[in-house]
Write a protein that binds this ligand. Structure first.
Ligand code: MGD
Ligand code: MGD
Ligand code: MO
Length: 688
């Protein structure tokens, strides 16, 4: 057995450092263990990580190019020669007849890496394309943070042990960032207080002193109510505000109108608890506030996140050990300009190449609406938009209205099933790449450990082959599309690392390296790269860029039982679709190991809501709204706030349906995120 150091490239906070063992004789990945050199992830992989042994060698992997059969819906294997010839024929025809922007190049978050940029380079050389702006994951929070603090970074994960109070606000790390739970547990052992704010009583709340279950989408109001109490009680840090905060006076005026009773009325959280929350913050500095991504999937989330950050700003809980806003730590994202989500996501570079950009949150609607030129083809890689983007029925309709669909995939996902040609995708063990993280500050090498199966080619090689066939010159592709050999990949990565002397491939091969210039305590220099150089509670940019109030005022989400409308009468339940420990979105659940823990989708429901509808434990129910429906088993449990129901996201249509049958394609108030949780439904028992 030979041991390699590598790292998990999935879209997950933890981005664990791993020791992976290869059985050289049988050419099999045979053991996954922790790499203790990463201070944030020293204790080992999660269930998903352990399942890579099965995933790598799964009999369900796609191992050759496949094309849709004419006769039925099945697929048949084809040669690379046929696959590439077909694709070249189609893309050239589409480009000449309709224009290159008739091709939609879509990519998801399936794997991290520098080599992901190769696709964009290919389509740029092609002469242009259509792509997406915005992001499904985190942009409302990224933008709220950028507007307020100037930059998305936070203290190193292990620093949370210095906190006296930890607030998990709409984050469920016991499932989505298990490695963080280790530090939280250690802090709790030492006497740190833990509070969870979530409409569900998640397993992260097991060791919490206080669980607050607000009505979904009302966190902004909760934060303003807490600020009201802090200001009224004069438990704020005047000196810190004076030195580092912009707009306190305007903010104070707004907050003084927002009494705890008003907040209680909006949030369903009794005023006494709003006072207690404020007192916890006042009496237990330093405070580490961990907002999750789940709570920024509403149409009012950007402003809510700003209101939550303000609590730290007015109590001086930023720039100090054990304190801060732990949203996204992009200190290891040294290669991209992710600090400004708007500059990062839309592809408009001033290079003379015309790209059309459509909203990823409204993917289906925008694909269908595109006229100039109309879309004819989609290329999908690293993503599963049929399952994961909002409004699946519309996305399906848009896919089916195209002339030609290519999907690069490891497995026959719901999206791959819609393709005309499926190209087999590499796994994390089959090509080297350099990756960052969004929680810990390490740069890591995801090492090649094993050759891909004979007919599997990494995307960079697929693009290189297409580039040859397109007749792009070696000068055109130099430094953009590396050749297929390991040496060429290594040279490509080394070139990217050149500006960072501490980050040679040689060094990264030994294990994780802290990103150059890492601040273990973020903002410890109290430099905030906002327009004013201060923490902005009053943000002109918020109004200039997003048409919002410069102050973090509260607005009711679009789909709310408190908004009088036909829909809110018909559909009285909030439908939340958070993540689960058993999958990364739609990945892993096709594996036997994982199936043992989560064999089928279930709907979590409060006993009160179930009783009203005559629903009993394990009944088969239908969850529905005007957009679609899902049929599944119910799980009745007091952990769910009444008035709310929940199914984890990522189930495939072939498992019985994706939760996005029910969601609507609409953007968050800032950052062009997807407001998945603005989603009202009704539930009824299915008669047997
Ligand atoms: N209703 C609802 N919907 C949601 C969410 C929610 O909370 N609720 N969450 C949203 C969030 S936060 C996110 S980040 C998105 C995720 O959306 P996606 O990024 O589309 O989701 P994944 O399910 O991770 O799909 C990634 C696919 O990439 C494939 N893949 C993995 N590695 C490679 C590779 O190297 N090459 C290629 N070609 N393919 C590869 C995997 O097999 C998988 O099918 O989902 C969003 N959708
Ligand atoms: N195991 C695992 N880990 C993952 C992922 C995965 O799929 N699986 N995905 C990764 C990715 S891409 C992401 S985006 C993150 C997401 O991980 P998290 O940041 O933890 O986000 P979610 O799981 O979407 O939602 C977290 C919590 O928000 C709660 N919530 C929903 N609405 C509200 C609200 O209005 N107010 C409050 N206060 N809470 C609310 C939900 O009940 C849920 O428990 O996890 C990453 N890590
Ligand atoms: Mo995400």
């Amino acid at each position: 057995m030979k041991m390699y150091t590598t790292a998990c490239p999935r879209n997950c906070y933890s981005t664990c450092s791993l020791h992976v063992y290869l059985d050289e004789e049988n050419k099999r990945i045979c053991r996954i263990q922790a790499n203790p050199d990463n201070k944030a992830t020293p204790k080992g992989a999660c269930l998903r990580g352990l399942s890579y042994v099965e995933r790598q060698h799964s009999p369900d992997r796609i191992l050759t190019p496949m094309k849709r059969k004419n006769s039925d819906n099945g697929f048949e294997p084809i040669s690379w020669h046929e696959a590439l010839d077909t694709i070249i024929g189609k893309i050239q025809y589409i480009k000449e007849t309709f224009g290159p922007q008739s091709v939609l190049y879509y990519y998801g978050s399936g794997t991290k890496g520098l080599l992901n940029a190769v696709g964009g380079e290919f389509w740029r050389l092609f002469g242009g394309y259509t792509t997406t702006y915005g992001d499904l994951c985190w942009p409302a929070g990224l933008e709220a943070t950028r507007l307020t603090l100037g930059e998305n970074k936070h203290n190193a994960p292990w620093d949370i042990e210095n906190a006296r109070l930890i607030i998990l606000w709409g984050k469920n790390p016991a499932e989505t960032n298990v490695q963080q739970m280790r530090s939280i547990d250690r802090a709790v052992e030492k006497g740190t207080k833990l509070i969870v704010i979530d409409p569900r009583r998640t397993i992260s709340a097991d060791r919490a002193e206080l669980l607050i279950q607000p009505r979904p989408g009302t966190d902004g109001a909760l934060a303003l109510g807490m600020a009201h109490v802090l200001i009224k009680n004069n438990t704020i840090d005047h000196e810190f505000i004076e030195k580092y905060v912009l707009g306190f006076q305007e903010y104070e005026q707004m907050v003084l109108e927002f009494s705890s009773e008003k907040a209680a009325e909006i949030t369903d959280v009794p005023a006494a608890y709003i006072h207690r929350l404020a007192e916890y913050i006042a009496n237990n500095s330093p405070v580490s506030l961990c907002p999750g991504f789940g709570m920024q999937r509403y149409t009012n989330s950007g402003q809510a996140m700003r209101a939550m950050m303000a609590l730290l700003a007015i109590t001086g809980n930023i720039g100090k050990p054990g304190a801060g806003w732990l949203y996204a730590n992009l200190q290891s994202s040294i290669f991209d300009v992710v600090k400004d989500p708007i500059a990062f996501f839309p592809p408009e570079k001033p290079d003379g190449i015309v790209r059309v950009s459509i909203s990823t949150s409204r993917l289906g609607q925008d694909m269908l609406a595109q006229k100039n030129p109309p879309l004819k083809m989609i290329w999908v890689e690293r993503g599963n938009p049929i399952t994961q983007n909002p409004e699946t029925h519309t996305v399906l309709k848009a896919f089916r209205s195209l002339d030609f669909r290519v999907v690069v995939e490891q497995f026959f996902t719901d999206t791959a099933r819609e393709a005309d040609i499926v190209l087999p995708a590499k796994t994390m063990f089959e090509q080297s790449d350099v990756i960052g993280a969004y929680w810990h500050p390490y740069v890591q090498l995801k090492q090649k450990i094993i050759d891909p199966p004979s007919q599997v080619k990494p995307e960079s090689e697929i693009y290189w082959l297409l580039a040859q066939r397109m007749g792009f010159s070696p000068e055109d592709i130099a430094d953009k599309i590396p050749g297929p050999t390991d040496q060429e990949i290594t040279a490509f990565l080394e070139k990217k690392l050149e500006p960072f002397p501490g980050l040679s491939l040689e060094r990264l091969r030994q294990g994780p390296v802290l990103a150059p210039g890492t601040q273990e305590v973020a903002f410890s220099d109290f430099k905030f790269p906002t327009p004013s150089g201060k923490i902005e509670l009053y943000s002109k940019e918020a109004s200039q860029r997003w048409g919002l109030d410069p102050l973090p005022v509260y607005a009711e989400p679009m789909e709310s039982v408190r908004r009088p409308s036909k829909e809110s009468k018909k559909y009285p339940l909030y439908f939340m679709t958070p993540n689960t420990k058993n999958r990364t979105h739609s990945q892993f659940n096709n594996l036997k190991l994982i199936r043992q823990f989560s064999p089928k989708p279930v709907l979590d429901m409060n006993p009160e809501d179930a009783a009203k509808r005559g629903i009993k434990a394990k009944d088969k129910v239908k969850v529905f709204n005007d957009r679609g429906s899902l049929e599944l088993e119910v799980h009745i449990d007091f952990s769910m706030k009444s008035g709310c129901v929940s199914v984890t996201n990522g189930w495939w249509i072939t498992d019985g349906g994706t939760v996005n049958f029910l969601s609507f394609g609409r953007e968050t108030d800032m950052g062009h995120g997807a407001a998945f949780h603005d989603n009202l439904v009704e539930v009824e028992k299915i008669a047997r």
